[in-house]
Design a protein around this ligand. Sequence first.
Ligand code: DC
Length: 235
Amino acid sequence: MTSEGEAHAKRRPVVTIDGPVAAGKSTVARELARALGFDYVSTGAMYRALALAIRQAGLEDIGGQEFARRLDRLLATVEIAVSGGHVTLNGRIVDSQLSEPGIDELASRLSVLAPVREKMRALQREMALRGGVVMEGRDIGTVVFPEAEFKFYLDAAPRVRAQRRFAQLIASGVKTTLEEVLQRLTERDERDSTRELAPLKPARDAVVIDSSALTVEAVVDRMLALIKSKNFRGS
Ligand code: DC
């Protein structure tokens, strides 16, 4: 076996979880990572951190040549990292700012742009190369880590997802309605799944789980059972 082959053979697995808005990816990925003794990476949080950087730079009105020039400059210097469960932007923890109004929408609008996707893919591959990671997002099993050992696609009925997101927003003091949440979620899913680059879709070899009628625990148990059936028992 070549030394590269040996390194690959010794590498701990990579688990990917993709899916639409509010399918429960973050909670499930965090729990699964804990059960396996793996790191957990939310790539959505990385796109949101970039959206925050764009907002802070006053570049929210996406479009035009001036925007393209300034975006390139920002992408060349911006530092986004995920470690110990925190997201940092240029060295500062920004977790709480990632759920500010409009950041999800701005992240989705930015995520159609080629230079943004290239930057994110490179960062995310670097994070997962040594294995032992549960990484969740939209294109992790299809584009970022197509060679991952375990791939899941987590889905749920739009109304169920809207209800979950609505409950979270109300609990955090945001005034909104279920219909408004459902409309926003539908629009974002539409953009994320119809974009030209790395659209949201299940990888051909992903296990699709519909969580509409399942608890977080049931979803995690199902994933763990599958991973263990392939003789991997965590670390
Ligand atoms: O998972 P989230 O809702 O925090 O993601 C915010 C946006 O980031 C999402 O609407 C699209 C984009 N995104 C992406 O394009 N690719 C990923 N792997 C993760 C998120």
